[in-house]
Ligand binder design. Structure first.
Ligand SMILES: [Zn+2]
Length: 87
């Protein structure tokens, strides 16, 4: 008895979907110098980047906290290529 296997390959391309908005969230990374609790401020639900920039500026103006972690979400589309050997 013999087993025969055949492998096929194709490439995939990831494209930025320009029709969907880029959104983001942020978290304040400020930590107390005495080791106490840090700032737990977050920007909340994902929002457009210009709104996120305003939210960050407002928090900084109110607290003087200047370090943040930001998560940005881009929508993408994955386009499968042709299988090897296809014209
Ligand atoms: Zn803060």
């Amino acid at each position: 008895m013999s087993v025969r296997e055949r492998y096929r390959f194709r490439e995939y391309t990831v494209q930025h979907d320009q029709t969907k908005p880029t959104t983001g969230t942020a978290r304040c990374l400020w930590e107390a110098e005495d080791g106490g609790p840090g700032c737990d401020w977050t920007s909340g639900l994902p929002m457009a980047l210009d709104a996120l920039t305003k939210a960050l500026g407002k928090h900084c103006a109110e607290t003087d906290h200047t370090e943040y972690g930001q998560t940005v979400r881009h929508s993408v589309t994955v386009v499968p290529g042709k299988w090897d050997g296809e014209a």
